[in-house]
Structures are given as C-alpha cells and as structure tokens.
Ligand binder design. Structure first.
Ligand code: UDP
Ligand code: XDX
Length: 268
C-alpha cells in the first residue's frame, strides 16, 4: 500500500509529574519513523517535568493548573496543528504516556498501519506488566461499552499509546474528559466509519498497583469511562443492531476493524 513520503508524525506526551522518565521517553520517541516533532504538555506538574523535557529536546507547553490527561492531549494536538507546515499534509498524531521510557520506541509499530492507510487509528496492546494490581474491572467495563456501541472487542481499551490521522482525531474531538478519553475516542472514530487496529507492542510502563492510590486511580478511571459512555448514549443516535452484528461477525484478532455503515453517515 502507498505511503505519502512527505507525511510526518508528531508525538504528543501528556505529562504530570514525570521528571523521572520523561527524558528517556522523549529520546526513544524521536527514534520512531517519520517523527519530526515531540510536544510535551506539562499538565500542572509540581516537579521538574517541563525543564527536563526541554533539555531532552522536546517542545514544551504547560498548563498552569492540572486539567487532566485529555485536556493535555488536546493542548498538544492544537500545538501540532500550529506547527504544521504549509503545503505539507498535516502530521499524524502519536500519543504516548510519559512513563514508557526506552520502550517508547516500540510504538514505531503503531505508525506503520496509519502511514500505509490500513488504519485511521492504531492502538498499542501491551504485554502483562510487572506489579499491575488490576482485576480487569475498569478494562472490562470499557471493553463492554465499546462492544455495545460498535461491535469491536479490543484487548486493551484503555491503552493510551495511539497513532491516528488528523481526520480521525477531528472526529474524536472534543475529547472525553480525563480517563474517558480512550474509550470515547475509539467509539467516535468507529462511528465515523473509520478503521481501528490493535497492534502488539513490547512496552513497559509504571503499572498501577493494588494500594490505596491504585484503587483511587481506578475509581477515577471508572468514573470518567462511564461519563464518556453516558454522554454518547444520550447525545448520539444508536447504530442499527444489524450493522453492529454484521460488522462484529467479520472481526478477526489483530486485523483492522470498521463498521460497515453501507454509505450511511451518522451524526456525532
Ligand atoms: O492529570 C493528569 C494525569 C496524568 N497525565 C499523564 O497521562 C499519562 C497517563 O497517566 P498514568 O500513567 O498515570 O495512567 P495509566 O495510563 O497508567 O492508567 C501520563 O503520561 C501522565 O503523566 C496528565 O497529563 N494529567
Ligand atoms: O490500572 C489498571 O490496572 C487498569 C484498570 O484497572 P482494572 O485492571 O480494570 O481493574 O488499567 C491499566 O491497564 C491497562 C491495560 O490493561 C492499560 O492500558 C491502562 O493504561 C492502565 O490504566
């Protein structure tokens, strides 16, 4: 499949208090194919994140107060749009979490299907993480919601490592707040008739443990995922069940997935 050789990729890293890992993540991200811009959005950190990121060669913008992950992603994408070059196609966006460290380079695999036009949104599926304390409750709720809206059953619906075309990004905006962003984005992109793929990537990140802080984090994730789902239930028209069922029947693990809307376009 053809790939426009002038197409570039911008990495956007939302970061709150990530001074420890951000420099390594930035350096690894710069080694990913076609990446010519790395934007770090310091989301109201009270550590040295912004300075460390600047020294590591990223373009850094900062929220004076913490606004949440989704808001940082929107700020980053807006900065990318300002820096796109006239007469060149808009950069694809590659969202990465700040805690990937050296393993961020594995997200090279996410760029390929989007460059080649095989997918509009490519999502990393991570291997099991050491120290992870989750029981799959939030992940299961997000997966079930995505399946209900679109028929797709992602392995890792909350994965934040995502490469997408600007067209796909636009249909997902405004992004769902906070931790609802991944669930909302996946539903919106599929509802628009675009194509999504999950790609195994050998990534490591700071897994959420089983202590109080970990459980509070999961409670916040659950709240935001449910908010994203409820907003879509209330504000969007349901896709006919037969379209969902027929599309779902065609899905194959690791293959691109899209809704067969048969030419019909749905309002957001
Ligand atoms: O208010 C926040 C919370 C998190 N993050 C960033 O969002 C990414 C994902 O957060 P985290 O790793 O804590 O969550 P997980 O994906 O592990 O559940 C990281 O780069 C964080 O620094 C952010 O920008 N603003
Ligand atoms: O914190 C966790 O362990 C889960 C959410 O909690 P549950 O395992 O659903 O109870 O979410 C994480 O795991 C996902 C992979 O399964 C990652 O993709 C998410 O980024 C991470 O928040």
């Amino acid at each position: 499949m053809s790939s426009d050789p002038t197409r570039r990729v911008a990495v956007v890293i939302p970061a709150k208090n990530e001074a420890e890992t951000i420099a390594t993540t930035i350096r690894a991200a710069r080694a990913i194919q076609r990446v010519d811009l790395v934007i770090v959005v310091d989301d109201g950190s009270d550590d040295e994140t912004q300075h460390v990121a600047r020294n590591a060669g990223a373009a850094v913008v900062r929220h004076a107060v913490n606004r949440g992950k989704a808001s940082a992603m929107e700020t980053g994408a807006a900065v990318v749009a300002m820096r796109d070059i006239d007469n060149r196609p808009p950069r694809h966006l590659l969202f990465l979490d700040a805690d990937l460290g050296e393993s961020a380079v594995e997200c090279n695999e996410l760029v390929t299907p989007v460059l080649e036009g095989r997918a509009d949104l490519a999502i990393a599926a991570l291997p099991p993480q050491a120290g992870a304390g989750g029981r799959g409750f939030v992940v299961g709720a997000a997966r079930k919601a995505i399946e209900k809206f679109t028929g797709w059953q992602p392995l890792q619906p909350l994965s934040g490592q995502r490469c997408l075309s600007r067209e796909a990004y636009e249909v997902a905006t405004p992004l769902s707040r906070g931790w609802g962003v991944e669930t909302g984005m996946t539903i919106d992109v599929l509802r628009a008739g675009l194509t999504v793929i999950e790609v195994p990537c050998d990534l490591t990140h700071r897994a959420t443990g089983n202590d109080l802080a970990g459980q509070l984090h999961r409670a916040g994730q659950y709240r935001d995922v449910m908010l994203a789902v409820t907003q879509r239930r209330v504000r969007t028209r349901a896709i006919p069940g037969e379209i969902i069922a027929q599309s779902a029947a065609m899905q194959r693990p690791g293959e691109p997935y899209r809704l067969n809307l048969r030419g019909a376009s749905l309002p957001k």
